[in-house]
Write a protein that binds this ligand. Structure first.
Ligand SMILES: [Zn+2]
Length: 174
């Protein structure tokens, strides 16, 4: 079972999720860390000394992504400012993050920002041998071509739509 779904949460946990929803991704500030799907859980756990502590589990988007440390720091700062000093941020490495974890709200935000969201189908085995189509976020055309492997950040590739001729970034972290 992949623990990707957010379970029914208590009010105090919901409040922490609200704080996290306001923490932007450093590379694509239009997305929050919750939109990215990297927050695995929010829960209070009792430590060995009997003290109940807030734990937030996060999964790095991909190893070597310099944004991970920044994200960790942003989350810690936001929690501190909202009165959750001493919150523990756990790194959850398994299962690894995939762009399928991007929420639907996150996908819509990417599109309205002019970035094509990652195509869901690429991680499904039967699609492995099919070239995946990157859809233009402006006109929705599938007639697009890759201009370069790297866009404004290593997570994005640069594409151009051959229908409306607009260039755009494709979020390719998988
Ligand atoms: Zn287009």
């Amino acid at each position: 079972m992949v623990a990707a779904a957010v379970p029914v949460v208590e009010t105090r946990e919901r409040q922490v999720w609200d704080v996290l929803e306001a923490v932007p991704d450093p590379e694509i500030p239009v997305l929050s860390v919750v939109d990215l799907g990297i927050v695995r859980y929010v829960r209070w756990m009792t430590d060995s000394d009997g003290e109940s502590k807030l734990h937030v589990g996060i999964t790095p988007t991909y190893s070597g992504c310099p944004a991970t440390e920044v994200i960790r720091h942003s989350i810690a700062t936001a929690l501190n400012e909202e009165g959750y000093a001493g919150a523990m941020i756990d790194e959850v490495l398994s299962p690894p993050w995939t762009s399928d974890w991007l929420t639907d709200a996150g996908r819509r935000k990417l599109e309205s920002f002019g970035i094509a969201p990652p195509q869901r189908v690429v991680s499904k085995p039967r699609h492995l041998f099919r070239a995946h189509v990157v859809t233009c976020p402006r006109c929705g055309s599938g007639a697009t071509e890759r201009i370069s492997e790297f866009g404004s950040t290593p997570c994005k590739a640069h594409y151009r739509c051959t229908s409306c001729l607009e260039p755009f970034d494709y979020f390719k972290c998988l």
